[in-house]
Write a protein that binds this ligand. Structure first.
Ligand code: PRP
Ligand code: URA
Length: 209
C-alpha cells in the first residue's frame, strides 16, 4: 500500500501478540508497549537526513554523521499515545514533545479536542505523531489538521494497529503523511473497534475498565 510501512520485525510481531492476548495484565501491557515503541522508533526514524560534522577522535580528526536539522518532535495523541512516548524518548532523549488531547465520542466516533501544546517552531522540525490505534482515523486526521494549522510540514504517523478503512481515510485526507504500523488488521466492527485488534488501548494501558 502506497505510503504505508508495516514493521514486520520478529520482535515487534512477538510483542504485539502478547499485547493482543486478553490475559495479558495491565502492567505487562504497559511494559510491552514501551518495549515495542523503541523498536518502532528505530524504523520510523530509519531514513532521517544526516549531515557531516568535523570531530576529533582520540586518534585523529574525521568527518562523521549526525542528524540534520532541529530536534525531532514526538507528538502524542492522548492518552494512549503516551504509552509509545517513553520508549521513543529512550532512543531520542533530546526530542521535543507535543501533546494533543483528543478522545473519540463513543456514540458518534468523532474526536473531541481538550488539549494542545506543541513547540512553537513546528515548521522547521520533523514531527512524528504517535498513537497505538488507527481505527476510523477520525482522531489521527484531526491531530494532523491541527499540527498543519500550527505550521508542521514534515509529519510521519506511527501506530501499532491499523484498520484498512482507517488507512484509506487517513491517506486520502493527508496523502503527504506516511504511515508506519506493526499490523493491518481485518476490519472495524459496528462500534468502531479494530478486529481482531487488542481492545481499547487506553483502558488496557491504564486499567480503566
Ligand atoms: C483511541 C486511540 C485513538 C483513537 C482511534 O483513543 O488511542 O486515539 O481511539 O480511533 P479512531 O481512529 O476511530 O479515531 P480514545 O478516543 O479511546 O482515547 P484515550 O486514548 O483517551 O483512551
Ligand atoms: N481505539 C482503541 O483503543 N481501540 C480500537 O480498537 C479502536 C479505537
Amino acid at each position: 500500500m502506497d505510503g504505508v510501512t508495516v514493521i514486520d520485525h520478529p520482535l515487534v510481531q512477538h510483542k504485539l501478540t502478547l499485547m493482543r492476548n486478553k490475559e495479558t495484565s495491565t502492567a505487562s501491557f504497559r511494559r510491552l508497549l514501551r518495549e515495542i515503541s523503541t523498536l518502532l522508533c528505530y524504523e520510523v526514524t530509519r531514513n532521517l537526513d544526516l549531515t557531516m560534522i568535523r570531530i576529533e577522535t582520540p586518534l585523529q580528526p574525521m568527518d562523521s554523521p549526525v542528524l540534520e536539522g532541529k530536534k525531532l518532535v514526538f507528538a502524542s495523541i492522548l492518552r494512549a499515545g503516551n504509552g509509545l512516548l517513553e520508549g521513543m524518548l529512550d532512543l531520542v532523549p533530546a526530542a521535543r514533545v507535543a501533546h494533543i488531547g483528543l478522545y473519540r465520542d463513543h456514540e458518534t466516533l468523532q474526536p473531541v479536542e481538550y488539549y494542545f501544546k506543541a513547540p512553537e517552531d513546528l515548521a522547521n522540525r520533523v514531527v512524528i505523531v504517535v498513537d497505538p490505534m488507527l481505527a476510523t482515523a477520525n482522531s489521527a486526521i484531526a491531530a494532523m489538521d491541527k499540527l498543519k494549522e500550527r505550521g508542521a510540514r514534515n509529519i510521519r504517523f506511527l501506530c501499532l494497529l491499523a484498520a484498512p478503512e482507517g488507512i484509506e481515510r487517513f491517506r486520502t485526507a493527508h496523502p503527504d503523511i506516511p504511515v508506519f504500523t506493526a499490523a493491518i488488521d481485518s476490519h472495524l466492527n459496528e462500534k468502531g473497534y479494530i478486529v481482531p485488534g487488542l481492545g481499547d488501548a487506553g483502558d488496557r494501558m491504564y486499567g480503566t475498565k
